[in-house]
Design a protein around this ligand. Sequence first.
Ligand code: ATP
Ligand code: MG
Ligand code: MG
Length: 143
Amino acid sequence: MFNKILLAYDGSKAANKALEKAVQLVRLTEGAELRVVHAFDFPRIYIGEGLAPIPASVNKEYYDLANQTSEEVKNRITQSGVEATVDVIQGSPAEVILDYAAEHGSDVIIIGSRGLGGIREFVLGSVSHNVVQHAQIPVLVVK
Ligand code: ATP
Ligand code: MG
Ligand code: MG
């Protein structure tokens, strides 16, 4: 039923639970493919109307962290004996995930309910909320 599976990964506990479900799902279908997308963005600091310049060393930290997250997810998936393509893309997470799914013809998005963000008041984080709200395909939200 699901041949092109997309996992949205941010390294969080829920994203790792989503990873387990993605691995189980891809195993169910012969020839199914698993893709993973991790979005990252450079920090922005506004001063009045304008953007403050961010030191290259700070941007590099964000970039390195994103690549570290992608290595981590690759290793976890490989350890479970499944192949996956992992992409790191700059941009706003929900937008990146939705565009990526459309571009690759994914037929399901697997996503954690919460991520690395702080506010526990809501059931869904803003990324999972936006993805569920705007996706044209089924979304599996893993708690
Ligand atoms: P918020 O970010 O709104 O403060 P949160 O961090 O708790 O809340 P979300 O960011 O919505 O929650 O995370 C929910 C799920 O969305 C994660 O488990 C992960 O699957 C996915 N996700 C979040 N951020 C990213 C990202 N940068 N790249 C890929 N997937 C992401
Ligand atoms: Mg988040
Ligand atoms: Mg956040």
